[in-house]
Design a protein around this ligand. Structure first.
Ligand SMILES: NC(=O)c1ccc[n+]([C@@H]2O[C@H](COP(=O)([O-])OP(=O)(O)OC[C@H]3O[C@@H](n4cnc5c(N)ncnc54)[C@H](OP(=O)(O)O)[C@@H]3O)[C@@H](O)[C@H]2O)c1
Length: 279
């Protein structure tokens, strides 16, 4: 999301360098969505991995669909969700073209629609999986109960939700429990709060950040190290979807995966994030 025009605005070479840099670090999975960059970032990624001259089998591509968002390329009148078979299929066909690939490793439904029919959606997944265009399906931003219901109808691979020291609700709202119980990989978007750990102009946000900084200072961690430790400590093996456009910062995430913190340290971070101790 942040490599294209909504962020670092990388060109073909920039995308290629990031992809190669990630692969050198052992990171092979790349998160996309049809709407990123106003429907332009998949195109950038497609040009990027081709310029990097990597073999398709070396990378795993995730993309998302289901949001009809107005852009120069798609002038929708009203932002809306569409989880119909026809729409998902046409969106995937476009993603295949833009990403310059003949299959997508994982497609996620970007947001749950208030109008979606779970049985229809499960049927859509089965049909499209059979077509060979998509290797696996998952969801994003679904409520814990929506996940539980859909997982009964189709073997979902992934649940991608916002989890971080900034948004720690999934630790207590059953998202992690129900995803893990249904065998889903948990992917954490905005693992660093989308940069809010550093730039949060609200009074509440800056107070939280200074409490978090105190904990980080106590243990000699940087803020991003602390944020990654907070996620990696959970037994469900949360996979952070890092949004940085800097290879050095990806190295930080990797380093943290191999290190352990104690439960006591986790609760110190949690208390600083919440602003008060647990009940
Ligand atoms: N499923 C969904 O609904 C959904 C929603 C949002 C995002 N996503 C996906 O999740 C990915 C990650 O989310 P995110 O991009 O918000 O992730 P993030 O990793 O929480 O935030 C990335 C932002 O933080 C900045 N940053 C990182 N380290 C920093 C540091 N040490 N000091 C200052 N700034 C720092 C980055 O800037 P630099 O580039 O300069 O490092 C970048 O702007 C997205 O890129 C997208 O693919 C999915």
């Amino acid at each position: 999301m942040r490599w294209g025009t909504w962020g670092a605005n990388l060109d073909d070479k920039g995308f290629a360098d990031m992809i190669t840099g990630c692969l050198e670090l052992g990171i092979d999975t790349f998160d996309n969505a049809d709407i990123y960059g106003g429907h332009t970032t998949e195109t950038g990624f497609g040009g990027g991995w081709r310029s990097a001259r990597v073999d398709r089998s070396e990378i795993k591509i995730i993309t998302k669909c289901g949001i009809k968002m107005n852009s120069d390329l798609f002038p929708y009148k009203t932002k809306q969700y569409d989880t119909s078979y026809e729409y998902i299929d046409s969106s995937i066909n476009r993603s295949l073209r833009e990403l310059q690939t003949d299959y997508i490793d994982q497609v996620l439904i970007h947001r749950p629609s208030p109008l979606m029919d779970m049985e229809d959606l499960a049927h859509t997944f089965k049909e499209l999986e059979g077509s060979g265009k998509v290797r696996s399906f998952g969801v994003s931003n679904f409520t814990p109960y929506q996940i539980d219901i859909l997982a009964e109808l189709y073997p979902l691979a992934t649940n991608q939700i916002e989890i971080s020291v900034i948004n720690h609700k999934p630790f207590t709202d059953d998202s992690l429990v129900l995803s893990a119980a249904n065998g889903l990989e948990i992917q954490a978007w905005s693992p660093l709060g989308g940069g809010k750990l550093w730039h949060d102009k609200t009074q509440e946000g800056s107070l939280r950040n200074s409490r978090l900084q105190d904990v980080a200072d106590l243990y000699g961690w940087s803020l991003d190290e602390m944020a990654y430790y907070f996620l990696f400590h959970h037994h469900t093996e949360i996979r952070p979807v890092t949004g940085t456009s800097k290879i050095e910062r990806i190295k930080t995430a990797i380093k943290c995966e191999g290190n352990q913190i104690t439960d006591q340290q986790w609760f110190e971070i949690y208390e600083a994030a919440r602003g008060h101790e647990v009940d």
